[in-house]
Write a protein that binds this ligand. Structure first.
Ligand SMILES: NC(=O)C1=CN([C@@H]2O[C@H](COP(=O)(O)OP(=O)(O)OC[C@H]3O[C@@H](n4cnc5c(N)ncnc54)[C@H](OP(=O)(O)O)[C@@H]3O)[C@@H](O)[C@H]2O)C=CC1
Ligand SMILES: O=C(O)[C@@H]1CCC=N1
Length: 293
């Protein structure tokens, strides 16, 4: 566990409310509390109706649950940072409910796939400083990969705060807002592709005779080792693949099979569809915002 010391732009001095405290919010709460960059007593969690979940988060991380309407409204009105952690379909209603409580300098950090800075500001009817992010669930173990974009109204210290939040729980890349759909396709949804591949590898290992435990352990260590090899050697994945692939050997036979079955095209199409879906979800919220004006 690492610790952070308080300075004026430190998260330790800031109050943060997670407006929607589901899986992604928990990944971030856990990351920032366990790395010591945020004080649990300064972190409030609130949900639409699931109070039991808030009590669980309190037990696990020492954060503060907002259970009553009064507590919820106070947390939204008083926190320095409001993190939007609800599902896209719930976001327009949630932003309209947030609007009357906000002060102009509160930072909005959105985790919501597809939802644009423009739509958030439209729903809030203000130039509120908005930090749009696309994190992933590996943030809970400090290995997150987050894309970040800022509205023009985010001040320098707001940018630094957001970066410190996401850098505490992994890596953070600042990108143009229109590239956040691509970040969603790469790293937001990316863990699921890797889990899917792991599921398939474990299943095949079992079908070929390994026990569940042996297949799982071997697959986990293989994925972990492969990622660490790319990271620590700095070599290109293609070069590392070449080193595993003996001419006319077993790996070549496997890769040729994957190529014949369209593996690279399948990944490309999946990622394009993912980015397109983020766009569609953002458009649906924008349409709802327009309809509710
Ligand atoms: N899961 C992931 O890997 C990633 C998710 N995201 C984004 O994070 C967001 C959340 O996803 P995820 O954590 O998986 O979702 P979850 O369903 O786990 O959590 C959503 C939470 O939002 C709460 N909520 C819904 N409406 C409101 C409201 N009006 N006011 C307060 N709280 C509300 C729900 O509470 P209740 O149960 O009481 O309704 C629930 O706890 C999504 O927008 C998603 O696009 C981004 C990157 C990765
Ligand atoms: O599946 C989703 O919509 C969210 C966004 C990125 C990961 N999970």
């Amino acid at each position: 566990m690492t610790t952070a010391s308080a300075s004026s732009s430190s998260l330790l001095n800031k109050t943060i409310v997670f407006y929607g405290a589901g899986s992604m919010a928990e990944a971030i709460v856990r990351g920032i509390v366990e790395t010591g960059v945020a004080a649990p007593g300064n972190v409030t969690v609130l949900n639409r109706s699931n109070g039991d979940r808030l009590l669980e988060l309190q037990k696990r991380y020492g954060v503060v649950p907002a259970l009553t309407e009064e507590q919820k409204n106070a947390a939204l009105a008083e926190s320095d940072i409001v993190v939007l952690g609800m599902k896209p379909k719930d976001s327009a209603t949630a932003l309209l409910a947030l609007k009357p409580h906000l002060r102009p300098n509160q930072l909005i950090v959105s985790l919501i796939a597809g939802l644009t800075i423009g739509t958030i500001q439209q729903l809030l009817a203000s130039e509120q400083p908005v930090i749009r992010t696309m994190p992933n669930t590996s943030s809970s173990i400090g290995l997150g990969a987050t894309g970040i974009s800022f509205s023009a109204s985010v001040p320098e210290d707001g940018r630094a705060l957001a970066l410190s939040m996401f850098q505490a729980i992994g890596i953070a890349a600042v990108v143009e807002e229109n590239l956040l759909q691509t970040v969603t396709a790469v790293s937001g949804s990316g863990p699921a592709y890797i889990y899917y591949m792991m599921e398939a590898m474990i299943r095949s290992g079992i079908e070929q005779g390994l026990s569940l435990d042996a297949a799982s352990e071997l697959v986990v260590q293989t994925v972990r080792g492969a990622a660490e090899m790319v990271r620590t050697t700095g070599e290109d994945p293609a070069e590392l693949r070449r080193k595993v692939t003996s001419p006319n050997g077993t790996t070549q036979a496997a890769i040729e099979t994957l190529e014949r079955l369209g593996f690279p095209e399948a990944i490309d199409k999946a990622m394009l569809r993912c980015a397109e879906r983020a766009e569609e979800m953002g458009q649906a919220i924008a349409d709802e915002a327009f309809a509710r004006k």
